[in-house]
Design a binder for this molecule. Structure first.
Ligand SMILES: [Zn+2]
Ligand SMILES: [Zn+2]
Length: 134
């Protein structure tokens, strides 16, 4: 399927031919800061099928530990994608347009969620990350 996304001001747009995979929400303290929210909402993509349509020059990167970073619009501040060693690794679900036909599959690092957050619904929750054998 063809998926499109854009930032809050609409200057930065991308498209992606394929499916989003492994959608997750991480409630750790670092993701709260990075996403300015109670948690991340993020899904993986195949970078070979990803294209910036407009506004690529407005993108700014913040690369944190271990080569993993985020790219955001320098005009409006929306975080659009995650990058690993300079290659797009996944997209933030908040900037995806319409229905990308995926739902969150897990909440991770729930053990360090914000005191003010209540997680609703029956999506599996994990205190830390998902054990490797699941
Ligand atoms: Zn923007
Ligand atoms: Zn996190």
């Amino acid at each position: 399927m063809s998926i499109t996304g854009e930032c809050f001001c609409g200057e930065v747009k991308y498209n992606f031919d394929g499916v989003l995979q492994d959608a997750r929400s991480c409630h750790c303290s670092r993701c709260r800061k990075a996403f300015s929210s109670q948690a991340s909402a993020y899904a993986l993509i195949d970078a070979n099928n990803f294209n910036w349509v407009s506004g690529e020059k407005l993108l700014t990167s913040y690369v944190g530990m271990h080569g993993f970073g985020l790219q955001f619009c320098s005009k409006c501040g929306s975080t659009l994608c995650g990058v690993f060693n300079g290659i797009v690794h996944g997209v933030t679900l908040g900037c995806v347009n319409g229905d990308p036909e995926i739902e969150l599959g897990r909440h991770i690092f729930v053990g360090s969620k914000a005191s003010w957050e209540t997680i609703a619904g029956d999506v599996p929750q994990y205190t830390e990350n998902v054990p490797h054998n699941t």
